[in-house]
Design a protein around this ligand. Structure first.
Ligand code: ATP
Length: 236
């Protein structure tokens, strides 16, 4: 397993947001976590990336190593990249500058340059517009830039929070294709989505989070056929 989350509990002050979360992502998998607004999806990603600290007794294991007590930058160095909800680009910096921010933990100049070229091949529009301010990009292009920034840390695990947020379905489809290519190139992907259909179509396995509890897990195709899930999330 690349990522194991064991008995993870988290509270904002007195308000518990995650309850006994147990979840795994295997090397080479695409795994989806779905759930409605406020279910706790972003909170879980922030715990995994080290931006939030879980309660005592929780455990996060990455690539065989217990990282529960490490800082966020150590986790980036070990290979965990988060593409945050709402992209969170530096609007006043250029695309290229935003991408270089993604490589802040690295000092291998040559490898960084090679990765930049690989990423530009994946997103040609970012190369064309590399000198443009990120704040002037369309929503879909900003999401490309955020994913590309995540890739600049050369991650083993790419975690994407709400890829589809605010984007037209055709743009989401195109981004999902790119995620597939990134996956084919050897990066494990953990997708967090409100768009249940897109998430399950893209992934091999999935989890459903409801008000801080994991309530379903399994093969994505089976989850999509599950009557309770269809009713709750697919409007069928
Ligand atoms: P969304 O897609 O809307 O971000 P989510 O599933 O990612 O939803 P979270 O943002 O993780 O959900 O929120 C989980 C719960 O924690 C919600 O009840 C939310 O109100 C609460 N919460 C989130 N951030 C904070 C915070 N900084 N302080 C207190 N409570 C918070």
């Amino acid at each position: 397993m690349l990522l194991q989350v064991k008995n993870l509990n988290f509270a904002y002050g007195d308000v518990q947001a995650l309850w006994d979360i147990n979840l795994e992502v295997g090397k080479g998998e695409v795994v989806a976590l779905v759930g409605s607004n406020g279910a706790g999806k972003s909170t879980l990603l922030k715990n995994i990336s080290g931006l939030l600290r879980p309660r005592k007794g929780s455990q996060i294991i990455f690539d065989g190593e217990d990282i529960t007590n490490t800082t966020a930058d150590v986790r980036v160095r070990k290979g965990i990249a988060l593409v945050p909800e709402g992209r969170q680009l530096f609007a006043g910096l250029t695309i290229r500058e935003n991408l270089m921010m993604g490589a802040f933990t690295r000092s291998d100049v040559k490898a960084i340059q090679e990765d930049l070229e690989r990423i530009f091949a994946l997103f040609p529009i970012l190369e064309e517009r590399q000198a443009q301010l990120a704040g002037t990009l369309s929503g879909g292009e900003q999401q490309m830039c955020a994913i590309a920034r995540g890739l600049m840390s050369n991650p083993k695990l790419l975690m994407i929070d709400e890829l589809s947020l605010g984007l037209a379905p055709v743009v989401v489809d195109r981004l999902m294709e790119t995620i597939q290519t990134i996956h084919d190139n050897g990066v494990t992907v953990f997708l967090v989505e409100q768009d249940v259909q897109a998430a399950f179509q893209m992934s091999e396995r999935g989890y459903v989070l409801e008000t801080g509890h994991l309530v379903h897990s399994g093969n994505s195709r089976d989850l999509m056929e599950d009557e309770a899930i269809k009713k709750a999330y697919l409007g069928i």
